[in-house]
Structures are given as structure tokens and as C-alpha cells.
Design a protein around this ligand. Structure first.
Ligand code: ADP
Ligand code: MG
Length: 290
């Protein structure tokens, strides 16, 4: 039988949009001393808006946006949605790519009117030694913007910067974790400079950036090896292995089905403060029983 106090907590949490899928993990939540958050869609709203379009060489602003948006119309990443929305706003018509593929953790590639195009991360540019305007890039990423590079036939033809918005509740979540003596970390595929900026504004203690999707779970294992009882909070398919590995896997409810099926707890309201509530509720519930 389920002790009454546990049944009551489960009921109360469900009423507040905290859906407990694994009761053993909920019980152990009181021992968590480190909470790791995915950035995009978890600490931020995951709604990107284009802020800067910077073509290079003979390319015009319109051409750059048209090429980028035509590729991104095939992608489901929140960055893609921002670029496509910007093109629509400017009444730019999109071209259907002849070929399309995503490059895991780095961007997308497409064949467009017989030209080979890429929209990729700074990490991809550096890894492949492709030259670009470093000063402009630094300025944009120091302002916390995510920068995407567009290549045509392996030549850099421009960059597009996008800004996401930090959720107000992210700062409160970190503040309350600190009050409980719990450390807050960020785990993201985004660029280190951008991640540091967002983390600083929220009050995050440690940033692990430029992590490929299949490395997120390894990063959690690393923390556990350092004796950290770790909760992972995320929304994406790429967060699922990390959610499964963590001592407590928390899926943000507006995220993907895969993440929700893997998680121990689902936050229906997508509010990072609810992670704190889970830990507090676990502490209260299981203290009463002893
Ligand atoms: P995250 O969910 O933390 O942003 P991802 O692994 O999805 O991590 O993406 C890592 C990086 O790869 C992004 O920050 C971006 O630079 C690049 N990227 C991913 N998808 C796209 C896309 N559709 N278009 C352009 N760049 C992308
Ligand atoms: Mg995400």
C-alpha cells in the first residue's frame, strides 16, 4: 500500500502540474544536490527572433535570408523557426531544396538550385577551419546572441544572429535552489560565449557548452562520478539519454514526447521553478514518514 502522506503528495503535485511518473525517483529527489538545466526551451523560451543579417562578399541581405530560410524550412529546430519567420515577415519567397539533411548538433545542409548550402554553428566553422569575420561574431555572441553561419559551395556568404528570451522564472528557480544548498548547472549545444552570457544573467554556477547531443548523458555521468546527486531538466529529444542517466530526470512539458516518456517527472507548466518544488515536496513528504 502507498503511505497516505505519499499519496497526498502525489495528488497535490498533480494538481500543480508536477506529474510524477517514477515514485522511487521522487523519493530520492530529496537527496539531489545538483540540478542541470538544458538551455534552449528550458531556461529560455526557445523562441528565436532574427536580430542581425550580415552578408559577406557579393551576397545581398535578401539573398542570404532567402537561402537560409529555404534550408531551414525543412528543419524543426527553434533556430530554424526564427529564420523562416523572419523571411516571411519580409515577404521573401522560399525555394524548396532538392536535398536536405541535418548535421547533428551543428546545423543543416541542403542542395538549393544546384548549389550546396550549409547553415552551421561556430563550432562547425572552427572545427573545419573555415574563415569568417571573427570581430563581428565576437560582438554578437558577447551580446548573448546565437550566430548561424551560411556557406555556399564551402564559401562563407554571411551570418545571421538570433536572440532568445530568458524565462523570468529561471532566475527564481536558481535563487531558490541556492537557498536549499543546491548547485545549478547549464548543459547546452550552443556556443560557450552565448551560454556564459545567459548563465550569468540567471545566476547559474557552472556552464557546460558546445556539447553534442550524444555527449549530454556522458556529462551527467561525469557529475555523478564527482559525487553529485544530479537532476537533469530538459525538453528535447537530444536531452532524453541525459534524462534517463540522471538520478532524477525532469522533462519540461512543452517539449518532445520522447523526453516525456523518458523522464521520472514531467513539468506540465514548463516552469523551471517547479523543479525546486519537486525537491521541496520530496524533502517534506519523506521527512514526515521517518
Ligand atoms: P541545443 O538544443 O542546446 O541548442 P542542438 O544540439 O540542437 O543544441 O544545437 C547545437 C547548435 O547547432 C545550435 O546552437 C546551432 O548553432 C546549431 N544548429 C542546430 N540546429 C540548427 C539549424 N536547424 N540551423 C542552424 N544551426 C543549427
Ligand atoms: Mg532544448
Amino acid at each position: 500500500a502507498i503511505p497516505l502522506v505519499v499519496a497526498r503528495s502525489t495528488y497535490l503535485s498533480a494538481q500543480n502540474g508536477l506529474f510524477i511518473r517514477n515514485r522511487a525517483s521522487f523519493e530520492d529527489a530529496r537527496k539531489i544536490n545538483t540540478v542541470v538545466f538544458d538551455k534552449t526551451g528550458t531556461l529560455t523560451k526557445g523562441k528565436f527572433a532574427v536580430t542581425d543579417i550580415i552578408p559577406s562578399g557579393n551576397t545581398t541581405e535578401k539573398e542570404l535570408l532567402q537561402k537560409a530560410a529555404s534550408m531551414e524550412s525543412q528543419s524543426e529546430h527553434p533556430i530554424a523557426a526564427g529564420i523562416v519567420a523572419s523571411a516571411k515577415q519580409q515577404n521573401i519567397n522560399l525555394i524548396t531544396p532538392e536535398e536536405f539533411d541535418s548535421i547533428t548538433g551543428a546545423g543543416v545542409k541542403a542542395k538549393l538550385e544546384n548549389a550546396r548550402l550549409l547553415a552551421v554553428s561556430p563550432g562547425y566553422m572552427n572545427k573545419n577551419d573555415i574563415p569568417y569575420d571573427q570581430d563581428t561574431f565576437n560582438k554578437l555572441s558577447n551580446a548573448g546572441k546565437t550566430v548561424i553561419f551560411i556557406l555556399e559551395e564551402e564559401q562563407f556568404i554571411g551570418m545571421i544572429a538570433l536572440a532568445d528570451q530568458i524565462k523570468d522564472s529561471s532566475k527564481e528557480a536558481v535563487r531558490r535552489l541556492h537557498e536549499l544548498g543546491i548547485e545549478a548547472q547549464m548543459l547546452t549545444g550552443d556556443n560557450q560565449t552565448v551560454a556564459n552570457n545567459v548563465a550569468k544573467e540567471i545566476g547559474i554556477d557552472n556552464v557546460i557548452a558546445e556539447v553534442l547531443p550524444d555527449q549530454k548523458a556522458d556529462q551527467i555521468k561525469q557529475l555523478q562520478a564527482d559525487k553529485k546527486r544530479t537532476a537533469m531538466t530538459g525538453d528535447g529529444i537530444n536531452d532524453s539519454p541525459a534524462l534517463a542517466t540522471a538520478d532524477l530526470g525532469v522533462a519540461v512539458g512543452a517539449g518532445t514526447d520522447v523526453a516525456m516518456e523518458t523522464a521520472d517527472i514531467v513539468l506540465v507548466n514548463s516552469n523551471p521553478v517547479d523543479v525546486v518544488s519537486i525537491i521541496e515536496l520530496s524533502r517534506l513528504t519523506y521527512r514526515k514518514m521517518i
